[in-house]
Design a protein around this ligand. Structure first.
Ligand code: NCD
Length: 308
């Protein structure tokens, strides 16, 4: 049986193209399962998973929980706001207490880059990184690539522009690694202040003009400005940001080809993307959400099969 090269999913940086292919093949099967009248399989009846979220999340948390439940795993979830972390408990103590309850896998979101990696070195469970600070968000990048593959047949050879707050985005970094690994070309576009200096060393060109970036690409992935991570003002104001970097129907319709529009959510309608673009037939935003469950089922299933 084919298996993943890793025991944890900490980032795209730590996996390879074979892993991605295996995850997608497995996700194809689970996508068929979740479109059946009975959307559940008994695969992980003997596995217990803890979802620990030290940062806010809607889509990712629900998507993981749904994926786990559709695989029949036992699931416990907690948010840091309601936990003893607020009483001064350390990350390792919190997780060791959870593991003492015989948990096999931990899905964690944390505001510190490297938190998932640290955890994997210190506890015995299999760890899935659901976003660590501005570092990586591997399952988001996997579901993004899976959605491109579904819409355009293949990721190889495609041109993808990631627009917006690249500096604070774990989605951007994981996407860059995943897309390049599969043979796509990646550029970024956004205010100079929100483009990290190291980006070109990753083989990613910077385009400061949105129209030019859109004329070049097959796919535009529009990111939210991570207001909660901005420590000072990176651009004059939201109006100016959306005038320069917001995707409108007008620009989209003026291009001489139909590009695919993506967004990881949550969307700030009227800032990085207008409502008519988000709801247009060029947008695959809700397909991304649907595919998120199938891809997370695949990742969970494949990692769980390495525990047994
Ligand atoms: C992203 C995240 O949390 O990094 N959202 C998500 O997981 N769907 C992006 C964002 O918050 O803008």
């Amino acid at each position: 049986m084919k298996e993943l090269s890793v025991n944890h999913l900490l980032g795209i940086k730590y996996i390879n193209k074979h892993d991605i292919d295996l995850i997608f093949e497995t996700a194809d099967h689970f996508k068929e399962v979740i479109n059946r009248p009975i959307k559940k399989v008994p695969s992980l009846r003997d596995i217990t998973i803890a979802n620990i979220f030290f940062e806010n999340s809607t889509r990712t948390k629900l998507s993981f929980e749904l994926a786990q439940k559709r695989l029949s795993a036992d699931v416990i979830s907690f948010s840091a706001a309601q936990s003893s972390v607020k009483k001064g408990e350390t990350l390792i103590d919190t997780v060791n207490n959870i593991l003492a309850m015989k948990v096999d896998m931990v899905v964690m979101r944390h505001s510190d880059a490297g938190a998932a990696h640290f955890l994997s070195k210190n506890v015995s469970a299999s760890i899935i990184n659901a976003g660590d600070g501005a570092h990586e968000h591997p399952t988001q990048a996997l579901l993004d690539s899976y959605s491109i593959r579904e819409k355009l047949g293949d990721v190889a050879g495609k041109k993808v522009v990631i627009v917006g707050d690249i500096l604070h985005s774990r989605v951007a970094l994981s996407n860059i690694f995943a897309l390049q690994m599969q043979g796509a070309e990646v550029r970024v576009c956004g205010p100079k202040t929100l483009i990290p200096k190291y980006i070109e060393s990753l083989g990613v060109k910077v385009e400061s003009n949105l129209r030019k970036a859109l004329e070049w690409c097959d796919i535009a992935n529009m990111l939210r400005v991570q207001n909660e991570r901005l420590d000072f003002s990176y651009f004059p104001n939201t109006r100016e940001y959306s005038q320069q970097f917001g995707l409108t129907k007008e620009i989209l319709d003026s291009l001489d080809k139909e590009i695919v529009v993506m967004h990881p959510g949550p969307i700030n309608r009227g800032v990085e993307i207008t409502s008519d673009v988000a709801d247009s037939q060029q947008s695959v935003i809700l397909d991304q959400v649907e595919n998120g469950v199938a891809v997370r089922m695949a990742v969970t299933y494949l990692l769980a099969s390495k525990i047994k």
